[in-house]
Ligand binder design. Sequence first.
Ligand SMILES: [Zn+2]
Ligand SMILES: [Zn+2]
Length: 646
Amino acid sequence: MSVSSVADGVSDGFALAKAASASAPVALVVDGRQKDLAFVAPQGSDVSIVVSTDDLGREVIRHSTAHVLAQAVLRLYPGAKYSIGPPIQDGFYYDFDVETPFTPDDLEAIEKEMRAIVKENQRFERAEVSREEALELFADQPYKVEIIEGVAGDAEGAEREGGTGEVLTVYRNSVGDDVRYVDLCRGPHIPGTGRIKAFKLLRSSGAYWRGDEKRPMLQRIYGTAWESKDAMQEYLDRLEEAEKRDHRKLGRELDLYSWPSEVGAGIAVWHPKGGILRKEVEDLSRQMHIERGYDPVFTPHLGKSDLWEISGHLDFYSENMFPPMSMEGADYIAKPMNCPFHVLIYRSKTRSYRDLPLRLSELGTVYRFERSGALHGLLRARGLTQDDAHLFCRQDQIVEEMVGVIDFLRDLYAVFGLSPDAVRFSTRPAKSVGSDELWELAEAAIPQALSKAGLEFEVDEGDGAFYGPKIDIDVRDAIGRYWQLCTVQVDFNLPERFGLEYIDADGSRKQPVMLHRALYGSIERFIGVLVEHFAGAFPTWCAPQQVAIIPIADRHVAYAGSVLERVEAAGLRGDVDTSDNTMGAKVRNHQLQKVPYMLIVGDDEAGSETVSVRSRSGKESRGVAVGEFVSRVTAEIQARDTELSF
Ligand SMILES: [Zn+2]
Ligand SMILES: [Zn+2]
C-alpha cells in the first residue's frame, strides 16, 4: 500500500486564507478534478480552492461526516456491514446491514460516538491500493467487495475513481499510526475530523441495496452537516417549517385529497374541498390557454400498443409505462404521455402553412410507473394530469412561439406570487436525430426567447434529449425551496415518425416543428407545491371555503342565514357555523381550516345590517356593511389577488 500524500501538510499553508475569511478551505479543484487540500498539483495546472461555504465545499464536509458516521456505527455495532454513504442535498446518508433497524435512541448514541471521533481529530489519508489489496482489506465486508468487483470490471467507473481499473483509492482515518477506519472512496475529504463544525443525525429508514427490492434491505441513516452551527440552525429551522407545510399532512387536515390503499400507491382521490381548489387552478389554466390562442382537445386514457410503437415510447420509455392490457387480440396501454394523440389530431387533415402555428392543449391524465419507494404524495405520483400542449409550427415561427410560452408561464406563475427562478437550457447530446440546420435553429431560438423574456439561464451542454433541445424552469417557494415545474421541449422526432406535413406557400410539402410544454407541469404536483407554498392558506379566489358566518347566539342564526344568502348570491363559497361549539372554538376551527374570512354576527350587526370581519390572519374590522364586504371580496377574487382585502 502506498500513501500518495499525507493530509494536513499543504493545508496548513492555507491558515492565512482561513483566518481572513469565515469560510475555511476544504478541498481543491485541479484541472477540473476534485482533490484533497493535500494534493500536490503538477506545475502549470489550473487550481482553485473549494471553501466550506461553497456547494462543493459543503459536499466535502457532508461526505466526510458520512465516514465519521460509518466509523461510529462500526464501533458500536461490531458485526455491522457498511455499504455506501454519499452526500445528498443538504446532508448525507450511510447504508448499513445490521440485525435490527435503528431506533431514535440508537441515533442519539451514534451521534455521541461521532462527537468523540470529531474530538479525536483523526486525519483523512488517501491511499492507492491494488484490486487484490482492496479485496483483502474489505474481505469481511460483502458490499465493499461487490463495489470493488464492479469498479474493477468497469473501465469508465474506474477512471472516475481515479484508478485504472486495477488501482483503487481508499481513505483511512487515523491518529498517529493508529488507523481507526478505512473506506473505499474517491474523495476528496477534509484534512481531519476536527474540521467538522456542525452536524446532526436526522432519521433512519429501510433502503434496498442498490435500490433493488430483490437485494437485502439495509438501514439508512440520514444526517446533515454544515460549515457552522449558525448555518445548521438556519437549515433545521427551514426543515421544521417545511414539515409544518408538508402537503400530505395539510391535505389530511384540510380534507383535500387522500390515497386509499384500495386504489393503489401514488394515485390520489380528490375530496370536495380539494376538488374546488383543483377546479379553480384548472379553470385558470383553461381560460388562459384560450386567451392565448390554444385549441382545447380531449384524448383518451388508453391507446393500442401500435401507437406507442410508432411514437417510440415502447422502445425508449417502456420502463415508465404501465403494462399492457390485452383485449380482442390487441394490447392497450394507459398513456404515459399525451403527445402521440395530439400528433394524430394534427395528422387528421391536410395542413397549410396558414394553419400554423397550431396549438393543441389538454389537461391530460397520464400514468407512469414510479418505484413505490420514490413516490411522494402529489409531488411524485403514478397518476398525474399535465397541463399539456403541443405547438406545431414552421421553422420561422420557433422563436415567436418560444417567447409566447415563456410569457405565458410568467403570467401564470405570477397569479400565485411565484416567478421562474432557475432556468436551464439543455443542448444537443452526442447522439441525436434531426438535421444540423434544425438543431442550430432551435438552439439559437431558445436563448433568444429567454433573453427577450429577461430570464437568466444556465446552459447544460449536451444534456438535451436526443430529439431536441429543452428548457427546464424552477420556481422558488415562500420558504426558499426550488421546485422544478415547467419544461419546454423542442421535438424533431415525432413529426418525422408520424410523417407530419404542411403545404407551404410555394406548394411544397414541409415538416412542422413540434414543441411540447407543460407550465404547471402536472396539476397534482403544482397543487402539492401550492399547498406547501401557501401553508394551506390559499388566496381567496381558490380557497375551498371563502367565508364562514358565525352567529354569536342562537337568536342570530336567522340574520346569519340572510348574510349567507347575499354572500352566495355574489358567487362566494360560505356557510353558517351552527355547531354547538363555543365562539372561541368556532373561530379556532375556521382559522385551522384557513378560511380567509369569518363574519361574526350578533345584536349590533343584526341591527345595522353589518358584519364583524375577522380575517384568518387575525385582523378584525367591525361594522362593515354586508354590501361593502361582498363587493370588496368579489373584486379581490376577480383580480385573483394573493392578498386579502380585509
Ligand atoms: Zn469518502
Ligand atoms: Zn408532449
